[in-house]
Design a protein around this ligand. Structure first.
Ligand SMILES: C[S@@+](CC[C@H](N)C(=O)[O-])C[C@H]1O[C@@H](n2cnc3c(N)ncnc32)[C@H](O)[C@@H]1O
Length: 448
């Protein structure tokens, strides 16, 4: 650690004391649960536990999650609420539905900012959540903290938007991995370089003009400078940052007055992860990392499809230009059975991540087209015949075998003869091939 590192550490700490991030009002918990990626319980089951139920794969009743650099609580509150909902009643249940019995699991929240911790704690209290433990400290000290408190190993660790603020993201990642269970996984978010085009020259320009004033006291100056930027300025031209620039002080400060942040290209993300002897199990949404979604020329699509996975992801990032962040899950290289589900076996449980199956089925019955934005581009996706019928049977509990048991050729309404397994598996795969890249359809909750 150099003196410069120490000074930057202190400045980062001061920033998050002055501007807990993201700005949240505990009073809003009564209205809605903020959900997102990483750390949605269904995503953890899909991308870390290969579709198996947490508490099942990780040992009944003992699922232990850590949210490192938890900020004002978005990840910790979402996960704790989803675990509590699971825990609430008998029978295997989907997230947000009836519970799956005791043993939902616990969440440990860690952040070095007392102001952020206070907001997160109030949000948990507003929800009546009693499955989160709060701790103020640095994730770099995790090995010692865990040894003192008997916390580790964790089955899952969230570290969203934190590592890129450390003097050494590599050391931060190593600290996380040192307290991760052998079969556990990480959910991470790192800034994306190309989507943040314009941010770093603007940060330097603001730093020049504010002189020795502390960053967290230079908000008004920074806002004036951004308002005065000419049309050719790359920050101004980057449409993907408009929301941040127009948003609240905490977001504006985080974007342009941060004392330390860096951004990553996909290849650099992969290098960081590989350096910790881990592998990426999936970027989210995976469709944004598929070059085919940015191309129409069949020859170019074919050439892109022939590339190894890492090059395909990198190409998608180069084509999109809109990836401000990289959200992904990772598991240990030694964990051969972890990561995403390998096969769609009859015992797997498909689950819709957010949408109600009946609403989606009804809308697909009207029109087999879905519109979605991937990597900054709006695209239409045509669903295969029979999609509405399959979707209508997905309830987050039924296995593929049970759904197949309910399916008929031509749709149940037409009373056709029964599909055999191969026909069903093919139809399901086609549906999955469209909904999974949009992060709408996952495998989760199976007793594997
Ligand atoms: C950009 S915020 C992200 C908050 C939260 N993870 C989210 O995504 O909403 C970064 C957070 O990391 C925390 N942080 C930065 N360095 C840290 C460290 N070494 N140990 C623990 N927390 C840290 C900051 O205090 C801040 O709350």
């Amino acid at each position: 650690m150099t003196a410069d590192d120490d000074a930057a550490d202190n400045a980062v700490r001061a920033q998050y004391e002055a501007y807990p991030y993201p700005a949240r009002d505990p009073g809003d918990e009564a209205q809605r649960l903020i959900t997102g990626s990483p750390s949605h319980l269904l995503e953890i089951e899909h991308f870390v536990f290969a579709g198996g139920r947490v508490g099942g794969a990780a040992g009944a009743g003992g699922f232990r999650a850590l949210v490192a650099g938890g900020g004002t609580g978005d990840g910790a509150i979402m996960l704790a609420q989803q675990l509590a909902d699971r825990d609430a009643g008998p029978g295997a249940g989907p997230v947000g539905g009836p519970g799956s019995g005791p043993g939902g699991g616990t969440v440990t929240y860690l952040d070095m900012s007392s102001a952020s911790l206070a907001v997160a704690k109030s949000r948990a209290a507003a929800r009546g959540l009693d499955n989160i433990t709060f701790h103020q400290g640095s994730l770099l000290d995790l090995p010692q903290i865990c040894a003192e408190r008997g916390w580790a190993p964790f089955d899952y660790i969230d570290c969203c938007g934190v590592l890129h603020h450390l003097a050494s993201p590599k050391d931060g990642l190593a600290a996380l991995v040192s307290v991760l269970a052998e079969r556990g996984g990480l959910g991470l978010m790192l800034y994306g370089e190309l989507g943040r085009t314009g941010v770093y020259p603007a940060q330097r320009a603001i730093a020049r003009l504010r002189g020795d004033d502390p960053a967290h006291e230079s908000l008004a100056l920074a806002r004036r400078l951004v308002a005065a930027m000419p049309n050719g300025n790359w920050l101004r031209r980057n449409a993907y940052l408009a929301d941040h620039l127009a948003g609240d002080d905490a977001g504006f400060h985080d974007l342009l007055l941060h004392s330390r942040d860096r951004a990553y290209l996909v290849g650099e993300v992969a290098e960081l992860v590989a350096g910790a002897d881990m592998r990426i199990s999936g970027f989210l949404p995976s469709g944004a990392y598929d070059p085919a979604n940015y191309l129409n020329d069949p020859d170019l699509i074919q050439r892109a499809a022939a590339l190894p996975a890492l090059q395909r992801w990198a190409l998608a990032e180069e084509l999109s230009g809109a990836m401000k962040t990289h959200v992904f899950y990772a598991v240990r290289n030694s964990n051969e059975t972890g990561g995403i589900p390998r096969d769609q076996t009859p015992a797997m449980v498909p689950v819709l991540r957010e949408m109600a199956a009946d609403r989606l089925a009804a809308s697909l019955a009207q029109s087999p087209r879905l519109t979605a934005t991937l990597g900054g581009i709006e695209r239409q996706f045509e669903l295969p015949p029979g999609a509405a019928d399959i979707v209508a049977h997905i309830d987050g509990r039924r296995t593929l075998r049970q759904i197949h048991g309910r399916m008929r050729v031509g749709g149940s309404k037409m009373g056709g003869k029964k599909m055999n397994w191969d026909q069903f598996a093919k139809a399901f795969s086609a549906l999955y091939g469209i909904l999974h890249p949009l992060n709408l359809l996952l495998f989760a909750g199976a007793e594997l």
